[in-house]
Design a protein around this ligand. Structure first.
Ligand code: PMV
Length: 364
């Protein structure tokens, strides 16, 4: 079993007057789970392993300026899209304070955070994966720069993934590019409940640059927070079976990803999407996040596949938007299908043509 890394370190603190001034910025993408994480134990430990594709075009870009805190305690201003955002500010202060045993230096700094997302605001795309992973990259980069630790790239990424997980479980998978597993699975050495683990070796070429067209069905805010949703799995009568199913699905999917078996890939991704929503529909209280247009789109994907035989499948996040997954080689056919058959069911925000990406990038 993988044990928890021990990151508590009282030495990561500035002594006396050498508190720095400076600025750094990172970009970190969102990810889309193929086997879903839904249900957790304290503290942010998943009930089952999950796997995702890290995306490329849907990312958060965050610049953090730091200077000595006048008050001698953590201070922060948070700007989102150029405007002060008190909700994000309170959330980020809470997150940074919760990390003060791991990064004692946060209590000595004043932070000015400027963040933006490339995906349209309130398009119904969860921004916690990109938003939390980008903060984790910045904090680990500060540690590396100020204290000379985390010089090995593998250590740096692992700690960033561990920290991102504490912000939002799924965010720990965004720290790496390509396919990332989070949650210990005995058949995949290196996997852990505490951080994500990239599994890109030996993956069939068809899945290396897979496409994800994110079809924006409804631009509204999420009706149920994922924190509440995870919590409801505690009383869900199907939870035990679900967690076992996810473990089996991961094994089957990894085999399909290695052999290039798109049939199995489609079956597992769609099963996972529908099971995630089935869990929401069978919780107490129950909730329904699909919209009529979500089902219209799914119906048309089934019909399109039946007619053309092309390997296009869907997955869903905790919301009404549909992620249409397909190999790069059929991008032209898929664009034509979306533009002619699916556009009437989309919100005015349309769709985002995303694809598998390489993970976070330092930009300053
Ligand atoms: O990371 P959280 O706590 O927001 O949970 C995300 C859960 C899903 O997006 C629905 C599934 C997943 O594995 O990403």
């Amino acid at each position: 079993m993988n044990s928890e890394p021990h990151y508590l370190n009282a030495d990561l603190k500035f002594s006396g007057i050498d508190i720095p001034f400076g600025k750094m910025a990172w970009r970190s993408p969102s990810n889309i789970a193929l086997v879903k994480y839904w249900g957790k134990k304290p503290v942010q430990i998943p009930q089952n392993p999950s796997i995702s594709f890290t995306l490329s075009k849907s990312y958060s870009e965050t610049e953090v300026s730091y200077s000595p805190a006048d008050s001698g305690a953590l201070e922060m201003e948070f700007y989102f899209d150029g405007k002060r955002n008190l909700t994000f500010e309170a959330k980020t202060i809470k997150f940074f304070k919760s990390l003060s045993g791991i990064f004692p230096f946060v209590n000595q700094l004043k932070f000015v955070v400027r963040s933006k997302n490339t995906f349209p605001h309130s398009a119904g795309i969860a921004s916690s994966a990109s938003g939390m992973s980008v903060l984790a990259m910045v904090l680990c980069d500060m540690e590396r720069q100020f204290f000379g630790t985390l010089q090995e790239e593998a250590d740096f990424r692992r700690k960033a993934s561990y920290i991102a997980r504490l912000g939002s479980g799924s965010a720990c998978r965004s720290v790496y590019g390509g396919l990332v597993v989070w949650g210990e699975d005995e058949s995949v050495p290196g996997t852990s409940d505490y951080y994500g683990f990239p599994v890109n070796e030996g993956i069939h070429e068809i899945f290396i640059n897979y496409q994800d067209a994110i079809l924006l069905v409804d631009a509204g805010e999420k009706k149920v927070s994922s924190r509440v949703g995870h919590g409801l799995m505690n009383g869900n009568p199907f939870a035990f079976e679900r967690f076992n199913q996810a473990r089996n699905n991961l094994t089957i999917l990894l085999h399909a990803l290695r052999t290039g078996d798109t049939e199995t890939f489609m079956r597992i991704t769609e099963t996972e999407a529908l099971t995630l929503h089935a869990m929401m529909m069978t919780s107490q209280p129950y909730f329904l996040l699909m919209k009529p247009n979500t089902l219209q789109i799914i119906d048309r994907i089934f019909a399109f596949r039946e007619k053309t035989g092309l390997p296009a499948s869907f997955t869903l996040d905790a919301g009404p938007n549909v992620h249409l997954l397909y190999p790069k080689a059929i991008k032209g056919e898929m664009k034509h299908f979306i533009d002619t058959d699916l556009l009437p069911f989309l919100s005015p925000k349309g769709y985002i043509e995303d694809e598998v990406g390489k993970g976070p990038e330092k930009i300053l």
